[in-house]
Structure formats: C-alpha cells, structure tokens
Design a protein around this ligand. Structure first.
Ligand code: S3P
Length: 435
C-alpha cells in the first residue's frame, strides 16, 4: 500500500449536516451472525471500511455468499450454525482487531482448522486475552507467543465456562459468546466495567436465548440463529472527530444525523460536556434495537478536567481526539485508568504524546494516561504510525493550529472512515494530501 501523508490547515467555521458512515462494531457483528444464521439477512448502513470488508471477505472464504446490492448494503446468505467450510488459505483480517478476535471465537468451535493473519499493526496486538479463555473452553489455538498469526484447530469439543474478564473488553466478551454458541452448557461472562453490548443485543435479535445486563452476559450452546435484517447506525467513534472539531473552531455549527448512542459508546459526549461543550441530542429514538439521535454541536470554549475514570471504557476509542480537545482547552486535563490505549492500533498514549509535543503542547505521559496542559497548538509534523484515529485526530488539530500540521502515514483512515477527507473538507476543513 502506498504511503499517504496529509496536511491540515486552519479552516472553518464548520457548518452543515454530515452523514457519518456506519458503525464498525455493529457491521462486523452483523456480518458474522448473519453468516451463521439460517436464511438471508440484509444489512443496511453497513460500513464500507477496510476492516469490515476484510471480515466479509473472510466469511466468503468460509463459504458464505455475501452480496453487495448497493454501497452500504450487504445481503448475507446464512449457512446455519454448522454450515461454514474450512479454507486452505490464510484468513486475512487486515488491520481489524475486532475482526480477528471475534472470528477466533467463532472459529474455535468449528470442525476445520483456520489460520488468521493480519497486517503489521494487528500482528503486534495481544491475542492471549482471547486464546487463554478459549483454551479453558476446550479450544486449541496456536499463536506466535500471544501474537498473530493464530492457528485455530478444529474438531475440539467446547464447553461453557464462567469467566471474569481481567480487563474490560467487548472484543474478548464477544469472542467467548460466539464460542459459547458451539459449547456444551452455559457460557457466562462477567466484566470489570460494562462494555458495548452489541453482540448480546444482536444475538437476541437473531433469536438466540441470552440473558444480559450491564457487566454480565450468559448463554447456552445448541440453539439456532434466525436471519434478521440489521440497520446499522452511524458510528459514534467517527462522529467524535466532528464533535471535537466543531467544539474548538469558533462559529461552528454541525448536525450529525442518526448517530448510534449506545450508552457504552458515548463517554466522550459526557467528557466534552464536562469540558464545557455545547452538544445537544435531538430526536432521540430507537433504530434496530439501538438508541440513536441527531447530534447538534456548536462551538464553545472548553476547559480542562480530571476525566472521571468510570467514563474510560465508554470512550475507549475516542482518546486521541479527546487529547486534541484537551490540548486546546484552557487549563489542565488529567486522564488515568486508560492503560488499554497502549494496545490499540498503536500505543495511543505514546503516539498522541509524541505528536502533541511536536506541535508545542505540554503533555506528560503516565503508565495509564496523560496530563495535558491546554493552550495554543502550533505547526509541525506528526506521525500517525498508520493508526487511523490518530491521523484523523491530528487533522482536527490542524483546524486550530497556528500553522500547517503535516500528518504522516494516513492510509489506514479508510479502515474505519472511508471518505473522511471529502466529508471534512465539505464542512470547512482544509485537509489536503501532502507532497
Ligand atoms: C470493539 C471493542 C473495543 C474497541 C474496538 C471495537 C468491539 O476494543 O476499542 O475499536 O467492536 O468490540 P476492546 O475490546 O479491545 O476494548
């Protein structure tokens, strides 16, 4: 893949109504459950990102017919719980941690072997968090000392377990629930903090008996999934860049329609409001079993906060852009309890700290967070380390910087947010490909 660098300059005010692409977490899960359901499921609002397309391609390799009747739509011809076929080729999850971890759970109970691989970033991400509990369920998975590639051995009889997650992770929870579909007896997951519950909600929508409440989920193996149509809401994590951008650029007013507002995703909304942001949820409603609403965000002066630790799991993907808000806010922002940021697509604490320092922000890294002294953001060159959310966060920083911000290695933005530069420039960003 060719290298792609961006240059983001002062822009705005940001104005308009922006259609944010579909939710990545929901799109992955919809594909997987539809694949092993009985009958045909239509997914509307599907994220046309590289991550979710990689999952669709893996499922196709496993014998599932996935049609694309229109952009942002998939029809999945489900093969039933036991209808997947093994592939002699490696299954390439690309950059997607969600794809790889959930597929590992799904594949652990199959009759055939699978080999899951990923790109350079995914190949550095910890997998023991899924392989160890799956081994407790009877699975046999070889890894490269806890890292991908993963060789998932087939033909293992799985049994349910009661598992207390050591770290809050919806991916691990979901992997175990998917394995639990194939396991004898009950699989019960207890989380240290509640995480996004899309797998649980969607399993229920596909007709699988499951009980769940914040922080707990329990199901038994041996039922069947019935095909169901899924409406994917706009991804709150993608909306997040525009929530911060409009908050920090004077004169801005943006509307973001039909954004998913699952409470386990909207911690940034609360954090920004604590910092003084002016964000209103209009027309709150339900769509496809998920809370959604139209977000109206207007510029407001932000001030630093001590981020309540309880919000961390509900905004785990939004820290890069929160760091930008903090760098622009008056006063100091302190983040702690967020060590998980170190094992995302990059070490997001170190990558953000390095980038912000290049732009003149005083930021002190801690093992599980950072202390950021707000003020003016300067011009400079930052490294995204191919991390999509880091790249988009520094594009937001460029809007208010005193000079151009060059962001190196932005090619992975399409993993989660295809069309970001076009959408951003359409509402007032000044974002260009750098020479
Ligand atoms: C996700 C869970 C989170 C999140 C990721 C998507 C999911 O990861 O960071 O972008 O879809 O389940 P963890 O489970 O590692 O916290």
């Amino acid at each position: 893949m060719n290298r792609l660098d961006w240059c983001s300059r002062a822009g705005g005010p940001l104005r308009g109504s922006l259609r944010i692409p579909g939710d990545k977490s929901v799109s992955h899960r919809a594909l997987m459950l539809a694949a092993i359901a009985e009958g045909d499921s239509r997914i509307r609002g599907f994220l046309e990102g590289e991550d979710t397309r990689a999952t669709a391609a893996v499922l196709a390799q496993l014998g599932v017919r996935v049609e694309t009747p229109a952009v942002g739509e998939r029809v999945v011809h489900g093969v039933g719980l036991h209808g997947l076929r093994g592939s002699p080729q490696e299954l390439d999850c690309g950059n997607a941690g969600t794809g790889m971890r959930l597929l590992t759970g799904l594949l652990a109970g199959q009759t055939f072997d699978s080999i899951l691989v990923g790109d350079a970033s995914l190949s550095k991400r910890p997998m023991r968090r899924v392989t160890e509990p799956l081994a407790q369920m009877g699975a046999h998975i070889d890894s490269r000392e806890g890292l991908p590639p993963l060789h998932v051995h087939g033909g293992k009889a799985l049994h349910g377990i009661r598992y207390e997650l050591p770290v809050a992770s919806a991916q691990v929870k979901s992997a175990l629930l998917l394995a639990g579909l194939y396991a004898a007896g009950d699989t019960e997951i207890i989380e240290p903090h509640p995480t996004r519950d899309y797998t649980e909600r969607m399993l229920a929508a596909f007709g699988w008996p499951i009980t769940f409440s914040p922080g707990r989920a329990r199901l038994a193996g041996g039922y069947a999934l019935r095909a169901t149509d899924v409406d994917v809401p706009a991804d709150f994590s993608s909306a997040a860049f525009f929530l911060v951008a409009a908050s920090i650029v004077p004169g801005s007013e943006l509307r973001l329609p039909a954004v998913g507002l699952n409470p386990r995703r909207t911690g940034l909304l609360q954090a920004l409001r604590l910092m003084g942001a002016d964000i209103v949820v209009e027309h709150p409603r339900e769509s496809g079993g998920e809370p959604v609403g139209d977000l109206l965000v207007r510029h407001a002066p932000l001030h630093g906060i001590d981020l309540p630790e309880a919000l961390v799991p509900d905004m785990i993907d939004e820290f890069p852009v929160l760091f930008i808000a903090a760098a622009v806010a008056s006063g100091r922002t302190r983040v702690c309890g967020a060590a998980e940021l170190r094992v995302k697509e990059s070490d997001r604490i170190t990558t953000m700290a390095a980038g912000l320092r290049m732009l003149g922000t005083a930021i002190e890294e801690t093992p599980d967070g950072a202390v950021i002294q707000g003020g003016a953001i300067g011009a400079g060159t930052v490294e995204s380390l191919t991390d999509h959310r880091i790249a988009m966060s520094f594009a937001v920083a460029g809007l208010v910087a005193t000079g151009p911000v060059r962001i190196n290695d932005c090619r992975h933005v399409a993993t989660s947010f295809p069309g970001f530069p076009e959408l951003a420039n359409g509402c007032g960003f000044a974002l260009q490909v750098a020479d």
